[in-house]
Design a protein around this ligand. Structure first.
Ligand SMILES: [Zn+2]
Length: 390
């Protein structure tokens, strides 16, 4: 049984293809071929999706999301993951890295076990891995992470987490004692290291990068800022070409103009749009919990009592639209930062992040105003707006 998507404008995303068809079989992209009206007759059993007027892109990838629709990764609940999964496909996300927060080890254990258990079972976007954000972070740059549970890297803890084979990234403040060992261990085990919630100096960031750290968690937020004689964590991340920078493009965490500056400094192939979304995402303003701390959400901005930002209520499709508005960059370039670039940073390009033969048929359909109208996971349309004929 094959599926053929016709009449769409295809963003691979490195190329824009008109007059091409996408042929899908067994959940994977079999071919992207110049339009061949006869092809339909070459195979028996072809389902045709007419996507005329729509832009087809690789499914979006959110590598840093805590929760949405009232649920959070730390709930350690399959039902919560299902809710998150269904919300995310409405926003074009097909893969996400469920992100934990600073908590006691056993709470993080429970969250990992549930995400492992969810593999192959979620109704929408897939939780392809876990991003452990905290507890190995600097108290001075904790943001809204719960200070009661901060600690230096504990080998018996993180080796156990990594042994579960679902952790794909750990955020760490590299200036903490024991961080070098953690970084080296993670690199060996193919777990990405993101520098974050950190006061690391230029030298400390460079050292972490030398050891294999490859990302920075929400650049500028939760880290020592830039000074022209003391580059600090943020300055070092901007300068180090090896590091991918995650950014929260909600217009609150970063001034729109700094997003322009970050992209100029890093280049599109080193910037990753994330949501850092928390459980209020998709819900009205009010009071919510984040890692055991009370969060007030007003006008979509989430803060704990001391005023620190506590994640966002952003969605990844909105992050794309915001970034286009803030920078004037075209859809194609901004799209890369939410698809192919995160796939590269996480080492999953053989299956995700690109529309090309052999990759998973995880696709997002946008209308010309960049609104998500349908989302496909492994060849199946899992979300479809009524305006999407298909
Ligand atoms: Zn976060």
């Amino acid at each position: 049984m094959k599926t053929k998507i016709i009449n769409a404008r295809i963003f691979t995303p490195i190329e824009i293809l008109d007059n091409h068809d996408i042929i899908i079989e067994d959940g994977k992209i079999l071919a992207v071929t110049p339009r061949d009206n006869d092809l339909v007759h070459k195979f028996s059993d072809v389902t045709v999706i007419n996507a005329a007027g729509f832009l087809v892109t690789p499914g979006l990838i959110d590598i840093h999301i805590h929760g949405c629709m009232g649920g959070d990764t730390m709930d350690a609940s399959l039902q919560t993951l299902e809710t998150m999964s269904l919300f995310m496909i409405r926003h074009g996300v097909t893969s996400f890295y469920a992100t934990t927060v600073t908590n006691p080890a056993e709470k993080i254990d429970q969250a990992l076990d549930i995400i492992l258990n969810s593999q192959g079972k979620l109704p929408g976007a897939n939780a392809v891995g876990v991003h452990i954000e905290g507890p190995y972070i600097n108290a001075m740059y904790k943001g809204a992470q719960n200070p009661a549970f901060l600690r230096t890297p504990q080998e018996e803890e993180y080796t156990k987490w990594i042994d579960k084979n679902i952790v794909r990234m750990i955020t760490v403040a590299p200036e903490l004692e024991g961080s070098d060992d953690l970084i080296q261990y993670c690199i060996q085990r193919k777990v990405a290291i993101a520098i974050g919630h950190s006061g690391a100096s230029y030298e400390q960031v460079t050292h972490a990068s030398d050891l294999g750290a490859s990302q920075a968690t929400h650049l500028f937020n939760g880290m020592l800022g830039l000074h022209h004689r003391e580059l600090g964590t943020a300055g070092a991340v901007l300068c180090d070409e090896r590091l991918y920078a995650q950014i929260i493009a909600d217009g609150i965490h970063l001034h729109p103009a700094i997003i322009k500056l970050i992209i100029k400094a890093k280049g599109i192939d080193r910037v990753i749009l994330i949501t850092d979304a928390m459980r209020a995402t998709g819900l009205p303003d009010g009071e919510y919990d984040l890692g055991g701390q009370l969060v007030h959400v007003a006008n979509g901005t989430a803060r704990i009592a001391n005023g620190s930002l506590a994640g966002s209520t952003l969605t990844l499709d909105q992050a794309i639209r915001n970034t286009m508005e803030f920078t004037g960059l075209p859809f194609q370039s901004v799209l890369e930062m939410a698809s192919s670039v995160p796939a590269k940073a996480m080492g999953i390009t053989e299956t995700k992040g690109f529309i090309r033969s052999g990759n998973d048929a995880d696709l997002t359909f946008f209308d010309p105003n960049y609104q998500v109208k349908a989302t496909m996971i492994a060849g199946e349309l899992k979300y479809k707006d009524k305006s999407f004929g298909g």
